[in-house]
Design a protein around this ligand. Structure first.
Ligand SMILES: [Zn+2]
Length: 277
């Protein structure tokens, strides 16, 4: 099950159309910032319409929720999964707050999936001058302790991943590399579903091997945001007098679809030539 973050309906269109063309299930994610822009209940309503109209396996994730109040808002609105991220807290406090959130959110919807986060994966799905250095990897021992102490369904470990793209990654001169052995060790210790955050700019072969080693959900946001901006810039440059939004915005949708399709193909182990779209 894989994933793309969105801020508005152009993002929804890009992710949904890509998944549908490839006939693969997909998760749409919104961070607290993205939810503040689109609206918690508005996002849930749009996804509900798509599910009803198309009977399609598309799911809704509240990404990096930093307070119980905003996690509860998402649970009440009908989100399928919530990333409850208190990884900035000391480990013991992260465990106790995440445990409390799991209990409260399952009380609202027993079938909701809750993800907890440990370790360092950097902040901001944005362009960074440089890739973050020296991020501490999650250990199998702490993953096991965190899983047992919280009752989470999904674990977000730090395994070489980080949010955002550096300028050298955008130029194609650098890539993120993952610690595949560590992923396999954590999967073995916890038996949980695992999310890889900050997958933009990651080596393709590493992503393939990470999924084989136990990653069940991959988050792609920065690459999609970059495509959105480039698509718009191309449209604005080509059509200087155009002011009709629905004539300009398809260029952003198409640019995002190009990225989302390529990532979904990779994550689902499909070859371009064998997929009928
Ligand atoms: Zn993330």
């Amino acid at each position: 099950m894989k994933y793309g973050n969105i801020s508005d309906l152009t993002g929804v269109k890009a992710v949904f159309e890509s998944a549908r063309e490839l006939r693969v299930p997909v998760i749409v994610g919104l961070s607290e910032g993205e939810l503040a822009f689109m609206g918690v209940r508005e996002a849930a309503a749009v996804l509900n319409v798509l599910r009803q109209e198309h009977d399609y396996p598309i799911f809704l994730n509240a990404d990096h929720t930093h307070s119980l109040a905003s996690a509860e808002d998402a649970a009440r609105a009908g989100f399928d999964s919530i990333v409850f991220d208190r990884s900035e807290l000391p480990f013991d406090q992260n465990i106790s707050e995440t445990k409390r959130a799991v209990e409260a959110l399952k009380g609202i919807n027993p079938s909701i999936l809750i993800e907890g986060e440990i370790g360092e994966i950097g902040t901001g799905s944005e362009i960074h001058e440089q890739a973050p250095q020296g991020l501490r990897l999650t250990t199998p021992e702490e993953a096991k302790q965190f899983a047992a102490g919280t009752g989470i369904d999904i674990l977000a470990p730090a395994v070489g991943n980080s949010h955002g793209l550096s300028r050298s990654m955008i130029r194609g001169e650098a890539q993120k590399r993952l610690n595949i052995d560590r992923i396999a060790e954590i999967a073995k210790e916890t038996g949980l579903f695992m999310t890889q955050h900050g997958a933009s700019g990651t080596n393709d072969e590493d992503l393939r091997r990470a999924i084989q080693a136990g990653i069940t959900e991959v988050h792609i946001n920065t690459e999609v945001r970059l495509a959105w901006r480039r698509g718009l810039e191309t449209a604005f440059t080509k059509e200087r007098d155009q002011i009709v939004p629905y004539k300009l915005l398809p260029a952003a949708v198409d640019a995002m679809k190009h990225v989302v399709r390529a990532r979904l193909l990779l994550f689902n182990g499909k070859q371009r030539s064998t997929v009928s779209a």
